[in-house]
Write a protein that binds this ligand. Structure first.
Ligand code: SF4
Length: 312
């Protein structure tokens, strides 16, 4: 019985960011230019649907260059960025590579390198083992950079002398600010980025969720378990007052019994989640209830990034 109507508040901006659009375009254009197969080192962006779609078009995903069977085929580096050792190794192996690192991750790489060249030790705020963090740590010698994940980690910083900090691009804006404030107390002369390393897409998606989540009985973020920015959106929704907030990944079962009891639910998606998944989610709810959709656009986005010149 579809007597009840559920209001769905759709957060905007949500979903694909300019870095993800560019990375997917790079794989598609490379297949057009070089034919298939094209190798991609690591998931081009953290979304199974995107990866499966590109596999059908002729991409082969590997985690390391030594898994590439046919070294005459080009390889693309994912949007998360790679340590300097990876392009170097591709050159040694004579593999053509195309770098799909998001320009905003590259900005953090160049900052890290600049700090190191200017004599600073670098503190990286980020999540251990995330490919972006591995890529940023790999821009300078290992003894010159230290990862911290939490406020508690500040006491473990071993550096003496001038220090600088950089951050992962997809962190929680609020949690990172707390860590940076404390870093500045411990190291009053610490140097940081002129413009935040947390990117515009992460900031805007978190801001939209913050406005909408407090109005909702439940909040859903469409995204993958390994997508840092998607997981942060769920945390932001919970912290903003919607305790019942969940990540919906490709194999999640929809908690439909809980959803049909709600008057209002909120919906957003991570920067690597295609809009189709958001629309599929709405279609599923429509099977059980009437819905009234309202999109709340809290900020306009019009950022695009150019493709590498080799693909134009
Ligand atoms: S989330 Fe930000 S840093 Fe990551 S790809 Fe998108 S724009 Fe680039």
């Amino acid at each position: 019985m579809k007597n009840k109507e559920i209001k769905i508040l759709l957060a905007a901006p949500r979903g694909f960011c300019a870095g993800v659009v560019r990375a997917i375009d790079i794989v598609e254009k490379a297949i057009e230019k070089y034919g298939s197969p094209i190798y991609v080192r690591h998931e081009i962006v953290h979304n199974k649907n995107v990866v499966d779609d590109l596999k059908k078009k002729g991409a082969i995903f590997v985690e390391e260059l030594n898994e590439i069977k046919d070294k005459s085929r080009p390889v693309i580096f994912s949007a998360h960025g790679v340590p300097k050792s990876v392009p170097k190794s591709a050159e040694e192996k004579k593999i053509i590579y195309i770098d799909a690192t998001c320009p905003l991750v590259t900005k953090v790489h160049r900052e890290t390198e600049r700090h190191y060249k200017n004599g600073y030790k670098v503190i990286l705020i980020g999540h251990k083992n995330h490919p972006e963090v591995i890529g940023t740590m790999g821009q300078i010698p290992v003894e010159s950079i230290q990862l911290i994940e939490t406020i508690e980690d500040i006491s473990k910083i071993k550096f003496k002398g001038p220090v600088a900090y950089v951050t992962q691009t997809t962190l929680s804006v609020d949690d990172t600010k707390d860590i940076i404030d404390l870093l500045k107390l411990k190291f009053p002369k610490i140097v940081g980025p002129i413009k935040d390393d947390i990117c515009y897409a992460t900031t805007n998606r978190q801001f939209a969720v913050k406005q909408i989540a407090p109005l909702c009985d439940m909040f859903f973020v469409i995204g993958s378990e390994n997508s840092s920015n998607s997981k942060r959106l769920v945390e932001v929704a919970k912290k903003s007052g919607c305790k019942n907030s969940k990540l919906i990944s490709f194999d999640s079962e929809l908690p439909i019994n809980e959803i049909v009891k709600c008057n209002k639910i909120g919906l957003s998606s991570g920067a690597s989640a295609p809009e189709k998944l958001v629309q599929d989610f709405i279609i599923k709810i429509k099977k059980y209830s009437k819905v009234n959709i309202e999109e709340l656009e809290v900020i306009k986005e019009n950022i695009t990034f150019k493709l590498p010149s080799s693909l134009n």
